[in-house]
Design a protein around this ligand. Structure first.
Ligand SMILES: [Fe+2]
Ligand SMILES: [Fe+2]
Length: 443
């Protein structure tokens, strides 16, 4: 892992490297340190490599920070509401009791923040050189990250989001997307599923979510990301543990009976309410491909109850614009070739183009609640459905990682912002660098 990270020019391990350069002044080269076979026994003196921080699960008063490490280490986040770090606070990983340490990813959640407020922060990561047992464990030199900043969500925040989707670890098109995100600089990014393909190891998830092998590895260090799973994000022998890499929403946001709705969000961003749902896998639970591992039908019903409750919250109900995000589209026109592929029956194409089950469970709530826009991915192409009398919300489909211009396939970033009291929806083709759609939506 350390070698892999170093080859990619990952963040320099200042403190640990500084310690190791003491050998360089001597005439006789010191033997290279060797890590123990079990990484949980320590780094063995191999310089620690630390990734750029990734902002996750933002809220009005909370912010998650996750980052990749190349070996056994502990980490804290220092933050303040001023760039000089006056009265800075230091926050450890985890909650009460023992502070978690790890060999590949560290996670810290900041709480008690002020809404719609800018904060400056940095990570401090310290390797365990040796951890055979707690009585003779040995720490290395701490590594301090660059200073980054974020702004918490809330009614006072700027109503401006971007959506990416179906990135599928295709790094060339992912770089195109994050370059556009850096240029737009929205208040928050929704990563609307299918970030992965099939995930067999934690290292794969760390690479995708925390340490992508692209030029702009720090793409989520200053803009927070709200992740919602796509169907692929449920595939692979390791993927059920993805919260070790993507922090779940703050526990205070959900009741005990909604504990498994780990990434659903309903948050205010200025005049907009953003609501995120998980459409789950794209085939019925009884499909033989799932080996009995699918339990998404109950999950979708639980989310219908959750959704109804979120729209009843005064701060969500009072938003001028309400935007729903989910991976699989909720609508296909009856006369379209997509319509028969609804994810409910065993499909000869084996690919759902829309989710009839989610549409039937969530559609009436979305309609009743005055949602203007539903933002989806999954189809790997741009598509827009105009609102209709029986479905007063528009649906935009974006994202995608492939390029086939003859078939109209190109990766897009979907942008939404409130301008002069209207919701402006812009779809950017990041391959050909053009705007393919620009629409003003009224409340
Ligand atoms: Fe996809
Ligand atoms: Fe998908």
């Amino acid at each position: 892992m350390a070698d892999k990270l170093t080859r990619r020019g990952f963040m320099a391990a200042g403190g640990a490297l500084a310690a190791s350069t003491a050998f360089a002044d001597k005439d006789v080269a010191a033997p290279s340190p060797k890590p123990p076979a079990d990484p949980f026994l320590g780094t063995g003196g191999v310089p620690l490599v630390v990734g750029d921080p990734c902002l996750q699960v933002p809220g009005e008063t909370t912010m998650g920070v996750s980052w990749a490490v190349s070996g056994l280490s502990k980490g804290v986040v220092e933050y303040a509401d001023n760039p000089d770090f006056r009265d800075a606070k230091t926050v450890k990983s985890g909650g009460y009791g023992l502070v978690p340490i790890d060999v590949s990813a560290l996670q810290v959640r900041l709480t008690g923040l002020k809404p719609a407020t800018k904060y400056w922060y940095r990570t401090v990561t310290t390797p365990f050189v040796d951890y055979k047992n707690i009585y003779d464990a040995k720490l290395g030199a701490p590594i301090v990250s660059k200073v980054h900043s974020f702004t918490t969500l809330g009614t006072g925040a700027v109503a401006h989001f971007c959506m990416i989707s179906d990135t599928h670890a295709r790094w060339d098109t992912f770089q195109m997307m994050v370059s556009k995100l850096k240029e737009i600089s929205p208040s928050a990014v929704v990563w609307n599923g299918d970030a992965t393909n099939t995930t067999q190891t934690k290292a794969t998830a760390v690479e995708i979510f925390l340490n992508p092998p692209i030029e702009a590895r720090d793409w989520s260090a200053d803009v927070p990301v709200m992740f919602e799973s796509g169907n692929h994000d449920f595939r692979g022998s390791w993927i059920s543990k993805k919260e070790e890499v993507i922090l779940p929403r703050d526990p205070s946001e959900r009741r005990g009976d909604q504990w498994d709705l780990k990434w659903n969000f309903a948050v205010r961003l200025g005049d907009m309410a953003l609501v995120g749902l998980d459409t789950g896998e794209d085939k019925p639970d009884a499909h033989p491909k799932w080996f009995g591992l699918a339990n998404f039908e109950a999950y979708r019903r639980a989310q219908a109850k959750w959704l109804e409750e979120q729209f009843a919250r005064p701060e969500i109900a009072s938003a001028r614009f309400k935007v729903v995000f989910c991976h699989i589209p909720l609508f296909a026109a009856k006369d379209s070739p997509e319509y028969p592929h609804d994810g409910v029956k065993i499909d000869p194409q084996d690919f759902a183009h829309w989710s009839r089950e989610c549409a039937e469970l969530w559609g009436p709530i979305i309609t009743r609640s005055g949602v203007q826009l539903v933002v989806c991915g999954h189809l790997h192409r741009f598509h827009f459905d105009e609102p209709a009398p029986e479905r007063p919300w528009a649906q935009v489909v974006g994202g995608g990682c492939g390029v086939n211009l003859k078939k109209g396939r190109f990766p897009t970033v979907v942008e939404g912002k409130v301008e002069d009291g209207r919701l402006r929806l812009v779809v950017h083709d990041v391959f050909s660098k053009r705007v393919v759609f620009d629409r003003l939506i009224d409340a």
